[in-house]
Design a protein around this ligand. Structure first.
Ligand code: NAD
Length: 295
């Protein structure tokens, strides 16, 4: 059975690593946050003193970090992790980062005799905990075949989007649409409420009408409409405003690279930038409702 190193135990990486441990894998972990390491240790992980120590003796390395600079910082450079991973090992980066960044790290890995796939996820923290994530993979089909049993411990749907970086392109397209849909849903609910409708009733109506979408069905931005949604927990947990802003920035960069027009994506990026600038960067992204529905 594979020996796994898991780097990055945040909102997503923490529960993902736990699902591998539950499936019986030996997992050595590293994060910069002591509490996250303690939780993983309690669940049966081997806690390493550094990322370099975590990868010793491992044939699979999984990372789940915030953004491109963290992934490049971890793997590249004279003392980067690629210098320390055993030859022939498979690296699976699940972070959402720029496609160009994923390609750069993947090429560097190949030059060191390693294999790498980009495998960003969709499904949020609930999907990470339940092991029902969607993995969107870029890289060689043979490498995905090797990764598949592990991904199946953490997710339900696994897609091969294409070559290195393609997983990131598909993920960015999905999240640009999600940002637009969430802002549009918040706008519609605020409009209805301002005109005297009960947001619960309006949400029920939209959920069974042509405006329905993932936000109205599973992740309603209005507090109290869905007990399990971050909106009903003061927008705590979930998928942060600043992470959504990062993904909309990645979409804008990807659009610039090929001169594509993404006017709705750009509008959404500006809305989330204003919202973050108002001091809400750490709240769940459904809190974009606050832009429309000021108390
Ligand atoms: P997070 O900020 O909660 O976790 C990131 C973790 O990485 C932190 O614990 C941090 O300490 C750790 N870290 C950073 N640099 C490190 C380093 N050099 N070595 C070791 N650990 C390091 O973020 P998250 O919500 O878990 O998101 C992770 C990635 O998944 C992001 O790219 C995000 O866009 C993507 N994502 C998040 C969600 C979500 O709902 N939160 C959903 C889908 C995809």
């Amino acid at each position: 059975m594979s020996q796994i190193a898991f780097i990055g135990l945040g909102h997503m990486g923490g529960p993902m690593a736990l699902n591998l441990i539950k499936a019986g894998y030996k997992v050595s972990v590293f994060d910069l946050v002591a509490e996250s390491l303690a939780r993983a240790r309690d669940a049966g992980a081997t806690v390493a003193a550094s990322a370099t120590q975590a990868v010793q003796g491992c044939d699979i390395v999984i990372s789940m970090l915030p953004a491109s600079q963290h992934v490049e910082g971890l793997y590249l450079g004279d003392d980067g992790l690629l210098q320390h991973i055993a030859s022939g090992a498979l690296v699976i980066d699940c972070s959402t980062i720029a496609p160009q960044s994923a390609i750069k790290v993947s090429q560097a890995a190949r030059e060191k005799g390693l294999r790498m796939v980009d495998a960003p996820v969709s499904g949020g923290t609930a999907g990470a905990e339940a092991g029902t994530l969607t993995f969107i993979v870029g890289g060689d089909a043979a490498d995905l075949d090797q990764a598949r049993p592990l991904l199946e411990c953490m997710g339900k749907n696994i897609f091969h989007a294409g070559d290195a970086g393609a997983g990131q392109v598909a993920k960015i397209c999905n999240n640009m649409l999600l940002g637009v849909l969430m802002a549009g849903t918040a706008e519609a609910l605020a409009l209805g409420a301002a005109n005297g409708l009960d947001p619960h009733v309006l949400s029920d109506i939209i959920s069974k009408s042509s405006g329905r979408n993932w936000a109205t069905e599973l992740y309603n931005p209005w507090p109290g409409v869905m007990d399990h949604a971050p909106a009903s927990k003061d927008y705590a947990g979930g998928f942060g405003v600043d992470l959504m802003l990062k993904d909309l920035g990645l979409a804008a960069e990807a659009a610039m690279a090929v001169k594509a027009a993404t006017p709705l994506g750009e509008m959404a990026r500006n809305l989330y930038a204003m919202h973050s600038g108002n001091g809400h960067g750490k709240l769940d992204f459904s809190s974009i409702l606050k832009l429309y529905n000021q108390p």
